[in-house]
Design a protein around this ligand. Structure first.
Ligand code: FPP
Length: 252
């Protein structure tokens, strides 16, 4: 039987700073090495048949980091886009960002926006960078937008269901791919860190000890293999023979 491939994989690329510090390098060295990992992982995701890959590149909390580190992270994003856009186009990859894009600098937007636009017609792997992203912020913004539409008489509170709510989130235009199947976090930390809380309601989680700069295509392949062996029941039960036998023994 062919393995079950997760449609949407989201990765918390954690541990860049520790990776560098363990090698007596400044933290930013870890980010540089971490950024250089992205291309291989995107290609591997595509090869495996994953349809959407979301990478947590900068959280709303990361604004609190030193200026030097933040400015390097933005430079790395710009460099990635300039260097990789051709390859992404060749591989039919569509690019998105989710997060508070309005907080990004004009320099970042000047490279990011046109790249997104140029790749917007692609129908292959959906690659999303979460930048200035925080799930609580995303949910609050969605609540505000929905409440405004109600106040304007465009919607009624009782219209709200899972699907409509999903449309108000930053992943709203991803359709059936907006739900995350597998979340991977590197660096041995066992936290969710405000990442895709609504979208990962039924996701499987895999925590990997390696730091992001060491995360390799075979680690992604192994994670997908582990995922494909897990039994996802979405809260339901598959009654096995033992369970039905037990029912027969219960008094009527
Ligand atoms: C977490 O490591 C990682 C980040 C905050 C940023 C992730 C960024 C990259 C992989 C490179 C740049 C991105 C793009 C899109 C080209 P950490 O610094 O929190 O590590 P630590 O927990 O060891 O301190």
């Amino acid at each position: 039987m062919s393995p079950r491939i997760p449609k949407h994989v989201a990765i918390i690329m954690d541990g860049n700073g520790r990776w560098a510090q363990r090698r007596s390098h400044p933290r930013i060295f870890g980010h540089i090495r971490g950024a250089s990992r992205i291309r291989k992982i995107v290609n591997e995701a595509d090869t495996l048949g994953i349809r959407a890959l979301t990478l947590y590149a900068f959280s709303t909390e990361n604004w609190g980091r030193p200026e030097e580190e933040k400015s390097l992270l933005w430079k790395l994003l710009i460099k990635f886009l300039k260097k990789e856009e051709g390859e992404l186009a060749k591989n039919n990859v569509r690019l998105r960002v989710i997060g508070e894009v309005d907080r990004l600098s004009p320099e970042v937007r000047a490279v990011l926006d046109p790249a997104i636009e140029r790749l917007s017609g692609n129908t292959g792997l959906q690659l999303t960078f979460a930048v200035s992203y925080g799930s609580r912020k995303e949910i609050l913004r969605a609540a505000e937008a929905f409440a405004r539409e109600c106040a304007e008489g465009k919607r009624k509170p009782e219209d709200l269901d899972d699907q409509l709510w999903g449309n108000f989130l930053w992943t709203g235009d991803m359709g059936e791919l907006s739900d995350v199947d597998l979340v991977i976090r590197t660096s041995g930390e066992y936290r969710v860190s405000n990442f895709l809380l609504w979208q990962s309601a039924y996701a499987e989680y895999i925590f990997i000890e390696k730091c992001w700069p060491d995360f390799a295509p075979e680690d992604l392949r192994r994670a997908v293999e582990t995922y494909s062996n897990r039994d996802r029941r979405f809260g339901a039960l598959t009654p096995g023979p033992k369970l039905s036998a037990l029912h027969q023994e219960l008094p009527a």
